[in-house]
Design a protein around this ligand. Structure first.
Ligand SMILES: [Zn+2]
Length: 147
């Protein structure tokens, strides 16, 4: 279960965007979260599993071209007072991409530091394989049944 993810764990937290465009309502306009502006979708979950929040379009809005921003980027924005710089990555500590509480987010200054964090988790997982806590069934890893 622990290692039963996508082909590369970093993909789980990388800030990839997709091209889904939806007109919508609300959100992080000039500091006002989720204020309804027009009828539509305030948020949706993209194909990478991230919640995208409507922020409005045009000058003064926090939205990107399509008017949306990933929620974890908005939460980090509120925390550090700026958007991410190039190379920075917001990591979901518990692996749940929809758990965007600030305490579940960690800002890495580079992709390689982010990868190191994921690698360290895999090292620990392999240690747990050695200890029998995680078992391999020939195709996937599972948590061993506790006796
Ligand atoms: Zn991550």
């Amino acid at each position: 279960m622990l290692l039963d993810r996508q082909d590369h764990p970093c993909r789980a937290c990388s800030n990839k965007r997709n091209g889904i465009k939806k007109r919508g309502v609300s959100a992080w306009n000039s500091g006002k979260r989720y204020s309804i502006r027009e009828v539509g979708k305030t948020s949706y979950v993209d194909t990478f599993g991230y919640r995208q929040v409507w922020c409005g379009r045009g000058e003064g809005s926090l939205g990107r071209k399509d008017g949306y921003r990933p929620e974890h980027h908005l939460v980090m924005y509120e925390s550090i007072g700026r958007f991410l710089e190039k190379g920075e990555v917001v990591h979901h500590i518990n692996g749940n991409k929809l758990d965007n509480r600030i305490e579940n987010l960690h800002l890495f200054s580079s992709v390689s530091k982010h990868r190191q964090a994921h690698n360290s988790l895999e090292d620990i997982a392999m240690e747990l394989v050695k200890q029998g806590v995680i078992v391999f069934d020939g195709s996937k890893y599972y948590l061993a049944e506790r006796e």
